[in-house]
Write a protein that binds this ligand. Structure first.
Ligand code: CMC
Length: 426
């Protein structure tokens, strides 16, 4: 709280003072927790663009300056030096792990990766054409049945430590098995001798008679993408995780809801839509400029995928890292992707166009990530599953922060009712 600082609001000729809350990075908010009880009014903020739903010490984001930090560490430094499991630990516990902590954690995650054999029966109930995100969300919910220890309320610290390990291990295997189901391949068990990234690629791509050998550049690309996706403060899916968890439903239910929210094309699903848009431009043969015009046309629902963001008014710092990594990956693999050329032309033209300049629309994390996933041999329908896999530690950290908070209460927004006033049926 900002000592003694208050904001005075006059409502119906009466003055009310509300305390000002100041965060560690000096951003300020007005604490209106007593607004309704004192004044009888509620706020209306469609899309929550001006609403702080919580205080949080996990991730700091400054959209005006293009800054993103996990627990104080700049995203660029983490993407340069850390492993994904180190970042997961950092998000969950608040500090970077020591050598012995990360060694023990990595081993436990690897050991926790075996799925119950019955989980794959669930896949058979899905139509073959089902989107992998549907199966991932349902599969995560199904995991609750195999881990009853974690369903009770008031988990101890030790329970939460075990839950963290369990979810990190199980979800990687689940994601890889969904890919194998979709492409008619039998599931492969995790290889406990491999790193998290190596093991994930092994479970995706190894065959019974041929073990997948991941190149250094593909491993590096996966590491960076997972880290860049690991958290993004109170975005749509994280807010869904918190909202669901706030009713004291269990962590698996919260994560399953987070995956469902991330699936949408305005959120994580944009990585798939971005590639589909580039393919459409390529196949159309009329050139990308037509699509810039379509994106600007208010009568046309078309939007430039991978562009724009609710909070960034500058280049998304994750897009900055990804763009450089994308070029490096294609060069190291000796691949040329014509979709990358289209993406670069789109970006260059949009950034010089008054429409995008005026609205401060820049490429976001999804603009180049799909081109990297494609180069790594990951099919387009799996892109958002990969985004979800990266986001799991962030969701878990937010869920933990929420259930441990002294101000914890069920999330329950108000509304301004606009329907019929009372009327009689007879
Ligand atoms: N193409 C064309 N116009 C756009 C775009 C776009 N991609 N994004 C925003 N605008 C326009 C929008 O029409 C509005 O114009 P006007 O002021 O004339 O009405 C203005 O820019 C402000 O946009 P907004 O709709 O208020 O922005 P929002 O905060 O509600 O939506 C967004 C943010 C990300 C949903 C939106 O920018 C969008 O639809 N982008 C494309 C989808 C996408 O790439 N999503 C991934 C987001 S990053 C991954 C993640 O973390 O979710």
């Amino acid at each position: 709280m900002c000592k003694n600082k208050k904001v005075r609001v006059t409502i119906d000729s009466r003055d009310f003072d509300f305390p000002v809350i100041e965060g560690s990075e000096k951003e300020k908010g007005i604490d209106i927790s007593s607004l309704r009880s004192e004044t009888g009014y509620v706020t209306l903020d469609v899309g929550y663009a001006n609403t702080g739903s919580t205080q949080s010490s996990i991730t700091f984001l400054d959209g005006e300056k293009g800054v993103l930090r996990y627990r104080g560490y700049p995203i660029e430094q983490l993407a340069e030096k850390a492993t994904f499991l180190e970042v997961a630990w950092l998000l969950f516990y608040g500090e970077m792990p020591t050598d012995s902590e990360i060694e023990s954690f990595s081993q436990k995650v690897a050991l926790g990766g075996d799925l119950h054999k019955d989980i794959s029966n669930l896949f058979g109930g899905f139509a073959q054409d089902s989107h992998p995100m549907a199966i991932f969300s349902a599969g995560t919910m199904a995991l609750s049945g195999y881990h009853p220890d974690f369903l009770k309320n008031g988990l101890s610290k030790e329970d939460k430590d075990r839950l963290f390990v369990c979810v990190m291990g199980q979800m990687a295997t689940l994601a890889a098995n969904i890919f194998r189901f979709k492409y008619g391949k039998a599931p492969i068990n995790p290889d406990k001798s491999k790193s998290y990234e190596q093991n994930f690629l092994h479970m995706m791509f190894s065959e019974d008679d041929k073990e997948y050998r991941s190149s250094k550049s593909v491993l590096e690309a996966l590491r960076v993408l997972l880290i860049l996706h690991a958290d993004h403060e109170q975005n749509c899916s994280t807010s869904a995780v918190r909202l669901i968890g706030s009713s004291l439903s269990n962590c698996f239910a919260s994560l399953s809801g987070g995956i469902a929210a991330l699936w949408g094309v305005l959120h994580g699903g944009a990585n798939q839509k971005m590639i589909e848009m580039l393919e459409m431009i390529q196949n159309d043969g009329c050139g990308y400029k037509k699509y810039i015009e379509k994106a600007k046309d208010k009568k046309d629902p078309f939007r430039l995928m991978g562009f724009g963001h609710r909070v960034y008014r500058k280049l998304d710092p994750r897009a900055n890292v990804i763009r450089a990594k994308c070029d490096a990956l294609l060069e190291q693999l000796g691949k040329k992707d014509p979709l990358l050329d289209i993406a670069k032309e789109l970006e260059r033209t949009a950034l010089e166009d008054e429409y995008f300049i005026e609205r401060k629309l820049y490429p976001n994390v999804d603009f180049y990530s799909g081109i990297m996933y494609r180069a790594m041999g990951i099919p387009v329908e799996m892109f958002t599953v990969l985004f979800s896999l990266g986001r799991i530690p962030g969701w878990l950290a937010h869920w933990k922060e929420m259930v441990e908070s002294s101000s914890f209460r069920i999330s329950r927004p108000r509304q301004i009712y606009t329907g019929h006033t009372e009327r009689n049926l007879f």
